[in-house]
Design a binder for this molecule. Structure first.
Ligand code: SF4
Ligand SMILES: [Zn+2]
Length: 361
C-alpha cells in the first residue's frame, strides 16, 4: 500500500493545481454546451452515426474532492468554478437538441441510425451535476426521437447503484440504453494503486447487475498504461480485464490508452520524462490476446485513442507511416470486430525497441 500512498500524494498535488486554476464561466457559456458533434460510428447492430453532446456541469464529484480524482483524468481543467443553474443546464440541453435536429435534417439521416451520447465529464446520474427532474426530462425527450437508436450516458457506480430500477427499465424499453462506467481495470489492487479510482470491482458488479435487470447495457472503459505501471504489466491487466468482462457479457468494452492531460500525475511524470504513453503495438497486442478464443457474440469492442500517433497519446516511433499503419490495423479491427494476428500486420523496425520496453518492470 506504500506505493498507492505515493501515487495518492502525487495525485493530490496535481488536483490542487487544477482546482486553483479553474476559470469562471460567463452567463452565455453557462447556457451553452461545451461541445457537440456528429460523426460516423459503430452502433450495436450496424454502422451509423454518433451525436455527442457535452454538458457544462459542476464537474465530477470525485474529481473535485482535493483527496480524490483519477491519476490520468484532466476533465476538471474544463470545469468552471461557478456551476450552471438547473435552468441554464436545460438551456444547454435545448441548444444541443436544436443543433442535433438541424444536423440530422441536413444529412437526411434515416430512422434509428444515431447513438445520442450525452456526457458531462463526470456522472450523468450525480444529482449535483444533473438534477433528477432534468435527468428524467432529457432521457424522455431523447427516447422520443425516431432518428435515435441508442442513448448513452456515463456515471460512476455509486450513482448508478442508487437509481430506481423500474425508471431505468422504462428508459431502456424505448431505446437501447447504455451506461458507461470507467472501471479502468478489473483488479482492485491495480486500479487503486495506479489510477486511484475510489471504487471496487464489487461496486461495478452491483451496477452491472442493476443495469442488466433493467434491460440497459453496461459499457466499460478500460485504461491502458496508467502512470507508474510498466508497459507489460498494463498489457497483462488489460488482457485479463477483457477476458473477465467478455465472460461477464457486458455490452461494450472501450479500451482507452492513456493520453497526457494537463495537471495530472501523468502530466507531472511526462514533463520529467518519466512517463511514455503506451505504444500502439501494445494496444494491438492487448486486443489480440484479450479476445483470443473468447466469445465476442454479446460484446462490442471499441478503441479510438485520444491524441493517437502523437507524443501525448499512444504512438510508436516518430515515423508517421509506422503510426499510420498501426492505426489502420486498429481501425479495421474495430470495424470488423476481428482481432486475430493484429501485430503481424505491422512491420516497422521500432518493434524491437517496443519488445525491449516490455522487459522493463
Ligand atoms: S476519470 Fe471519471 S471518476 Fe475519475 S476523476 Fe475523471 S471524471 Fe471523475
Ligand atoms: Zn516505427
Amino acid at each position: 500500500m506504500v506505493y498507492a500512498d505515493f501515487t495518492s500524494q502525487l495525485n493530490q498535488r496535481s488536483r490542487q493545481q487544477i482546482l486553483l486554476e479553474r476559470g469562471t464561466a460567463t452567463e452565455k457559456q453557462l447556457s451553452t454546451p461545451v461541445a457537440t458533434w456528429l460523426s460516423p460510428d459503430r452502433l450495436h447492430t450496424s454502422l451509423g452515426w454518433e451525436f455527442v453532446l457535452i454538458l457544462r456541469t459542476i464537474g465530477c464529484k470525485y474529481g473535485r474532492d482535493p483527496a480524490g480524482g483519477c491519476t490520468m483524468c484532466g476533465y476538471l481543467n474544463d470545469v468552471p468554478q461557478n456551476p450552471p443553474s438547473e435552468d441554464q443546464l436545460r438551456l444547454q440541453f435545448h441548444e444541443g437538441c436544436r443543433i442535433f435536429e438541424q444536423q440530422i435534417r441536413a444529412k437526411n439521416l434515416p430512422p434509428a441510425s444515431v447513438t445520442f451520447k450525452i456526457f458531462t465529464s463526470g456522472s450523468f446520474f450525480d444529482q449535483e451535476e444533473v438534477p433528477p427532474a432534468l435527468q428524467a426530462d432529457i432521457l424522455s425527450k431523447l427516447g422520443d426521437y425516431p432518428t435515435v437508436a441508442e442513448i448513452a450516458v456515463e456515471s460512476r457506480p455509486e450513482f448508478v447503484n442508487r437509481l430506481d430500477q423500474s425508471w431505468l427499465a422504462a428508459v431502456a424499453r424505448k431505446k437501447h440504453f447504455d451506461v458507461g462506467i470507467g472501471l479502468e481495470a478489473v483488479s482492485d489492487a491495480f486500479r487503486e494503486t495506479y489510477i486511484h479510482k475510489g471504487f471496487s470491482y464489487a461496486d461495478f458488479l452491483a451496477s452491472h447487475q442493476l443495469l442488466k435487470t433493467a434491460g440497459a447495457g453496461t459499457k466499460v472503459y478500460l485504461t491502458l498504461k496508467p502512470p507508474l505501471a510498466s508497459e507489460s504489466s498494463s498489457i497483462a491487466e488489460v488482457v485479463h480485464s477483457i477476458q473477465t468482462l467478455l465472460a461477464l457479457g457486458v455490452d461494450t468494452i472501450s479500451l482507452n490508452p492513456v493520453a497526457v492531460q494537463q495537471n495530472t500525475v501523468v502530466d507531472f511524470l511526462h514533463h520529467r520524462k518519466q512517463y511514455r504513453p503506451p505504444w500502439l503495438f501494445s494496444v494491438l497486442l492487448s486486443l489480440e490476446l484479450g479476445t483470443r478464443e473468447q466469445n465476442l457474440h454479446f460484446t462490442r469492442i471499441l478503441c479510438d485513442p485520444i491524441a493517437k500517433g502523437k507524443d501525448r497519446g499512444a504512438h510508436n516511433c516518430r515515423d508517421p507511416g509506422c503510426n499510420q499503419q498501426s492505426l489502420e490495423v486498429l481501425r479495421s479491427a474495430i470495424t470488423t470486430q476481428r482481432f486475430e494476428n493484429l501485430l503481424d500486420q505491422t512491420n516497422c523496425s521500432c518493434k524491437i525497441l517496443w519488445r525491449d520496453s516490455l522487459a522493463l518492470l
